[in-house]
Design a protein. Structure first.
Length: 134
């Protein structure tokens, strides 16, 4: 059976300054991720930020502005519809698995950005994160 276009993996190459690659390697290691997984995750996180609404530049990072009084609800509804479209009759557990995976990705992305901006750091001695910017 031939692989579909969706499941075929292809290479993407880019060039970045050495200091940036070093930062990415360090950050990927702190997240227990390979370099490829780290770059894929960060690109997808950045794309999600641009796809979710209007953006504003603030302190060097992209923040999504929400015109909705209940931010995130419309995004959740859209995500539920996407999951239902991609699977035949997903049940409650299937929906939760798909949706919570997205939430875990968002938490991971937020932690990565906070670490990159030196606002938090992982403290192995205490087994958790601590604020740096206080």
């Amino acid at each position: 059976m031939a692989e579909s276009e969706e499941s075929t993996r292809v290479s993407v190459k880019t060039y970045v300054p050495q200091y940036q690659k070093s930062e990415w390697i360090s950050h990927a290691e702190s997240l227990n991720m390979s370099q490829a997984e780290f770059v894929r995750t960060m690109v997808q996180a950045g794309r999600r930020g641009f796809e979710q609404g209007t953006t504003s530049q603030q302190s060097g990072s992209v923040e999504v502005a929400s015109p909705d009084a209940t931010p995130g609800v419309n995004g959740l509804k859209t995500r539920i519809l996407e999951v239902i479209n991609s699977a035949e009759y997903p049940g409650w557990d299937g929906l939760l698995t798909e949706l919570s995976g997205n939430f875990e990705d968002r938490v991971e992305d937020a932690i990565a950005e906070l670490e990159a901006n030196n606002r938090i750091r992982y403290n192995p001695r205490n087994g958790g994160y601590e604020r740096v910017d206080e």
